[in-house]
Design a protein around this ligand. Sequence first.
Ligand code: IVH
Length: 615
Amino acid sequence: MHTDFFAPEPILIPQCFLLYIVIYIQCKKRGPQLKLEEEIKELRGKIEYHNRKYYIENSPEISDYEYDLLFRRLKEFEEKHPHLITPDSPTQKVGGEPLEEFAQVRHSEPMLSLDNVYNLEELKEFDGRVRRGLEGDEKVRYVVELKIDGVSVALTYRGGRFVQGATRGNGVIGDDITANLRTIRSLPLRLLGKWKEGEEIEVRGEVFLPKKGFEKVNKEREESGEPLFANPRNAAAGSLKLLDPRITARRPLDIFLYYLRAPHLKIKSHSDALRRLKEFGFKTEPHYETFDSIDEMIPYLKKWEKKKEQLEYETDGVVIKVDSMTQQDILGATSHHPRYAAAYKYQPEQAETRLIDIKVQVGRTGVLTPVAELEPVFISGTTVSRATLHNEDDIRRKDVRIGDLVIVQKAGEIIPQVLSVVKEKRTGSEKTFSFPKKCPVCDSPTERIEGEAAVRCTGYWCPAQLKERIRHFASRTAMDIENLGPALINQLVDQNIIKDYADLYSLNKTIVSSLERMADKSAENVITAIQRSKSAPLDRLIFALGIRHVGQRASQILANTFRSLDALSDAPQEALVQVHEIGPKVAESIYSFFRQKETKVVLEKLRRAGLNMKM
Ligand code: IVH
């Protein structure tokens, strides 16, 4: 689809001729430009179409490879002609420049909360209030939809383009998180259909992190020694509050829209709004249904309470809304919640069981985590025999004692937690637990850094930390040493065969095959994998070193910037802070890591073993 341009015939009158030359040159210059603009527009259209198919409709039509080719072509065009980049180009989903702080946005109308009901009786009372509010014996139809456990946001589109997005904040004023919202794959930057210049709509919905994405994000955080998110909602909220949209772009956030405000569209009902939202290209929660009475919706409520585990995202209940907009308007709202809607909240699944013991685990970065050992109990489809107690303060706050009967909860959290103690059932034989002053594994003193909840083991040679460091070093995303599993690592460390991950390179087949459950062939495979890892790219080596706060992405950036391990280890702190995306905390951690004498010894061993240390 190329654009023709007008080139007049030559006329042999001098002034006209001159004018002709000028127009001709301009057209010649503009011709390719127009062609390019057309081509970019067409490419963007194609990419948006396939984005929609993949992220919104869940029915891709082309392979990832074909999609990558289209995307790369657009990126190349835009790199060559940056003046043609528009904020709604699909390439902008990777996140723009970091911000200093979020601007404040006043909502067009307050973002209210929902009135909660916890059982059928309360739901019927809500229905009674609705019917009384409507006076007379009007028919009421309800839309019932799943309540997504995420973060509510308000988005403005002007002329069909996404122009602003904000958090709920205090309900009246929220943070302008437009740049972060742009990165959400399923959020359309341009709407489908025809939109007049300046035509404005506001939509609201819930940003969430699907369960799988939550696990992925936490796994990455664990690998880079960062604190884990407690549940998908916290992870979504944390991701939207980042000042660097490029980090948000790497969190697989998603969004469902459930509210449309556009008086000129004359929307008659909530179900109509949901239909229109879909037509505009938004994703809506797919399981909503309409009912004419509370009794009719009971099977729906029961079904989803049971089936919620099977969903790809967390839901903490259902939302019941009066469908008719006229009736919604009549019912109005309190200062806290609309009177036409209610949230029917599921009870988080809990169970009572006995706490048999408290064990303290030591992680790669030395953090001591108390874990409750429980009498096994069945909660939300799984048997739970351990639950986290988070940290020292948590145990003290809840006054948890060994032998207590405790309430364990699985609500959104992947790891179950001890919620509270059933103090009335204490017999007096329960024992208080004091947090160890020394590491339970290596006996080194522990320390608690001011302002942090975590207690750490100070022993660099702590076998628990060492095992975790080696496990991380060999992991798939680091040096990718196949077959070096935990059982083998435990033996190597416990028998003092290796003292750090660099010692892996001095192992040979005879040593490894002398270990328990190590056949000759397996020993050979391990040694081959260790040897092969010597040529791993620099960014993987940096990641494998296990520097606190340095994840995969930061490792790539550091490798690209410094291009050798020597340059990175010599870099002054000021040079590290200068690197794009490396904050002061990370720079500090890198700088002190390379100044530790233990690091110097390990690096020297790695160098002698012949590892690749350059780009
Ligand atoms: S309607 C005026 N619909 O639940 C009320 N909210 O507990 C507008 N939520 O702040 C909310 N799924 O963040 C509505 N289908 C849904 C929802 C939903 C999740 C959230 C929303 C709201 C919170 C209230």
